[in-house]
Design a protein around this ligand. Structure first.
Ligand code: FNR
Length: 387
């Protein structure tokens, strides 16, 4: 039975004939390579966060104060990292988080399609942002047999919201991820200092421009007057959602609904009680608010409140070890964010697939060495807070 950790055999075997990997396997080298490859405006947008970026650093650093206690004398020659979610069996516990400038991360401007091809190659689901450079239908078509999720930034216009959700359902997406923390953009000094906001320059708005309802709202083709189209987008972006909107969101689709941005146990309980199918614990990678608490430190409370319902998690995942710790703390599915953007930047679909395979290999090998043949075993063991 093949294992994700076998990726290292591939790498070492290629080394015997003098070939070293095209892409780095560690995050620090990956980020350095991406820094050199990306145009400064895109790099700053991806790399930057809110305020002095304390929260986004804390997200990653906090994994260091969680540890996994190894167990010995357990046969881990066969390992099962598959996950059951929304009636599907996914081959691994990892997914790609929604990243709204994915389209800009590859030099051809079709990074969303490249990310979808990375999903097809790895079986790792892609969460497609509302903000893309290619319409959601085309992105879905590039995913092959790998399931995808659609992330909704809920427009103020309810018909546009319904249209986007219905398009996602028709295109075969398996869940709608509604992001709760972004009705307004957080204070991002790196972008503010350069007065750079990609959407206002007409980037990543193809889901809107291709939408029949948006085109009716605009009253003409977006291509005829880009400025007017961007202004129409700005006018409808960012509905303020409250709990009272959950039944309406629920009424838009039969797909599972995942609420993203849940960090408080009471919000987790309420989300599930109001009809969400899963909660997604995330602080948006520290891009939206600089509140200071790492998302991984909030995960255990959300998992407890979810009481067995699925909990997706992201914010600060940089390695397979981080994935294993998030699983040990109870996450059902763990989201990789910035690392796959960097993979796209240095190598398109191949680069992103490599990043995902490297992360999965590291998680799998940690489980092999530390005596956890399954995610259930890892979760039962839990993680220990060391500081
Ligand atoms: C994001 N994120 C995000 N989230 C979302 O729901 N819709 C979106 O369009 C975006 N766009 C976006 C752009 C960029 C450049 C980044 C870095 C992030 C947040 C994303 O889904 C996830 O929560 C974070 O990326 C997690 O943080 P790390 O692990 O990437 O630091």
């Amino acid at each position: 039975m093949p294992h994700f950790g076998d990726y290292q055999h591939e790498i070492y075997s290629a080394g015997l004939s003098g070939t070293v990997p095209r892409f780095p396997v560690d995050f620090a080298t990956l980020e350095a390579r991406a820094q050199a490859a990306m145009p400064p405006s895109v790099l700053k947008y991806v790399q930057g966060g809110c305020g002095d970026e304390h929260t986004q650093r804390a997200n990653a650093e906090a994994f260091r104060h969680w540890g996994i206690v190894p167990r010995m004398m357990v046969d881990c020659t066969a390992r099962d990292l598959s996950v059951k979610l929304f009636g599907m069996t996914l081959p691994s516990p990892v997914f790609m988080a929604p990243i709204g400038v994915t389209g800009l991360c590859t030099q051809d401007g079709h990074g969303d399609l490249a990310a979808a091809r990375a999903a097809a190659r790895t079986g790792v689901p892609l969460t497609v942002s509302t903000l893309t450079n290619d319409p959601l239908e085309e992105v879905a078509a590039a995913m092959g047999d790998t399931p995808g999720f659609f992330q909704l930034y809920t427009p103020r216009d309810p018909e546009l919201a319904a249209s986007l959700v219905q398009r996602a359902e028709a295109a075969g997406y398996k869940a709608i991820v509604v992001t709760l923390d972004t009705w307004v953009t957080g204070w991002r000094p790196r972008d503010l200092n350069d007065a750079n906001f990609p959407q206002l320059r007409g980037h990543v708005l193809q889901n809107y421009f291709s939408d029949p309802r948006f085109r009716v709202m605009l009253g003409r083709a977006p291509e005829e007057d880009l400025r007017a189209a961007v202004m129409a987008w700005a006018g409808t972006f960012g509905k303020v959602l409250t709990w009272a909107d959950v039944p309406w969101l629920r009424s838009l689709t039969t797909l599972p609904i995942v609420l993203k941005g849940i960090c408080h146990p009471e919000d987790a309980r309420r989300a599930l009680g109001e009809g969400a199918d899963a909660v997604y614990c995330s602080n948006h990678g520290g891009r939206q608010a600089n509140g200071g608490i790492a998302a991984i430190d909030l995960l255990p409370g959300v998992v407890e409140a979810a009481d067995g319902a699925p909990v997706l998690f992201d914010s600060g995942i940089r390695s397979g070890t981080d994935v294993a710790k998030a699983l040990a703390l109870g996450a059902t599915l763990v989201g990789v964010g910035r690392p796959y953007s960097y993979g796209l930047a240095i190598g398109g679909a191949e680069g992103a697939a490599h990043v995902l395979r490297a992360i999965l290999a590291e998680a799998d090998l940690l489980m092999a060495v530390d005596g956890f043949p399954s995610i259930a075993a890892l979760r039962d063991a839990g993680a220990v807070r060391t500081g």
